[in-house]
Design a binder for this molecule. Structure first.
Ligand SMILES: C[S@@+](CC[C@H](N)C(=O)[O-])C[C@H]1O[C@@H](n2cnc3c(N)ncnc32)[C@H](O)[C@@H]1O
Length: 238
């Protein structure tokens, strides 16, 4: 692994997992299929709430750039940050194919928040908090990056027996949608916990919305069921 992690809110083993798979990031039938499938839903939800065109956006834990590119395609000026060299390499290469512009940088959320506080109209941090040792620190960095009046979006996995059954046993062992070991149950975050992290960081929590997967129809949907996957929309007071 050529990822250097020093005194950062990062787990080298987690970064290694994503680095090893990075070359398959844009293969919509690969381990990243779920991210490709959920992307239109989360993109539309974000766009409907903030109107992405012309907005300055930062995507924390951008990986290969599925969400970052799609926001750029909607007219946003997007910065993507991650600590996996390989994922960032794939993200940069994919720009040649898409002809889009995204400013990809290898920097932690905390470091870019210290360097460029209150710089972004929109902050997104999706499917990333469950992979870091100190999610509250990432949430605080996301809040710091937002301009006053800006919007901050998170998504992660709830922590309860049902989410263990669906997100770990179901997705990794039965349906084999994800490689075994993708998710560590102890790192799942309850909506109440994420809401507290957000409030402690000075954000107002405006919406918590669930995302469900129907294994029969293979369709994802947004709705009231936050038991497994969920998204949170926050606002930084002006
Ligand atoms: C499941 S992927 C999600 C990618 C993207 N956010 C999406 O939803 O399409 C998790 C990403 O978080 C990144 N990541 C893990 N720990 C990180 C950290 N401490 N700082 C920045 N990125 C991190 C991984 O490298 C990986 O790209």
């Amino acid at each position: 692994m050529n990822t250097t992690v020093t005194q950062q809110n990062a787990d080298p083993a987690e970064l290694q997992k994503f680095s090893e798979l990075a070359h398959r990031w844009w293969d919509a039938e690969s381990e990243f299929k779920p991210l490709h499938q959920i992307n239109p839903l989360r993109l539309d939800w974000i766009d409907q709430n903030v109107g992405l065109a012309g907005k300055r956006v930062i995507d924390i834990g951008c990986g290969g750039g599925i969400l970052a590119e799609s926001m750029a395609a909607r007219g946003a000026q997007v910065t993507g940050v991650d600590l996996s060299d390989k994922a960032l390499g794939v993200a940069r290469l994919h720009l040649f194919e898409s002809n889009l512009t995204v400013d990809y940088r290898k920097i932690s959320a905390e470091d870019i928040a210290a360097a460029e506080p209150e710089s972004f109209d929109v902050v997104t941090c999706m499917e990333m908090l469950e992979h870091v040792p100190d999610p509250a620190s990432t949430v605080a960095a996301a809040a710091r990056l937002a301009k006053p009046g800006g919007s901050v979006f998170f998504s992660t996995l709830n922590r309860n027996p049902k989410s263990y059954l669906f997100a770990v046993i179901g997705a990794e062992y039965i349906l084999r949608m994800l490689p075994r070991g993708t998710h560590e149950y102890a790192r799942f975050i309850k909506p109440s916990e994420l809401s507290r992290f957000a409030r402690d960081a000075g954000l107002e929590v405006e919406e918590v919305i669930g995302m469900t997967y129907n294994p029969i129809t293979k369709v994802y949907a947004l709705g009231r069921d936050t038991d497994v996957n969920y998204l949170v929309r926050c606002r930084k007071p002006a």
